[in-house]
Design a protein around this ligand. Sequence first.
Ligand SMILES: [Zn+2]
Length: 244
Amino acid sequence: MGERVVGDWFGKTVIDASTTMLTEPFVHDFVRANIWHFRGRDADLLVDTGMGICPLAPQIDTPVDKPLIVVATHIHLDHVGSLHEFPLRAGPRHSAEHFETMNEAVTYAYMFNNLDGAVSKLPAPGWTAADYKIPPAPLTRTLDEGDIVDLGDRQFRVLHLPGHSPDSIALFDEADGLFFAGDAIYDSMLIDDLPDSSRPDYRHTMRRLLDLPVRLGHGGHGPSFDGNRMREIATAYLRRTGGV
Ligand SMILES: [Zn+2]
């Protein structure tokens, strides 16, 4: 993995020739999510868009004539903040209607408005978390279980993996096991106690993931993981919540 370079707001890590990860090092770690830029042959893929506190689009270096397909893995604030900046906006069918308003009840933006230590560095003079708002970003494509996101040389299958949220989706390249997991699974503290979380659904998702032939997983938070580590995380969750 490459060295992380921290700019004015975003941190950028080159993972490999086709993959760059961006994060927002100055936001509270509760809402510090991973943003994945993956370069395909005919189109690039951006998985999630961070908080939207500072413009993200200028940070994504895609050739002007190449489409950038942006996929929101779920509608929580730390994944959809900058979605409105991009023209090709794909996201879960389950929550599609809410992208038209970015309803705070489903994005949880209100939690950030009241968060102590929301940022460790001001993004602009006079900025306050109390004014934070996510602009609407109506989806231009809705994604559901089994759909394909096609980059030309790679096809990602959409998996609907609820639990953390009812709308959580992930992208899986069945040809070589590359997995963009969103918040369905990641190598850090899993959140299953939000108002729209479901522990039984999360357990079902974890059981399903035990059988998924993942080579390399890039999650919505935390470090990347291989298939063995993913099964450890899933098994630990199942044990903790009532048995495998
Ligand atoms: Zn989330």
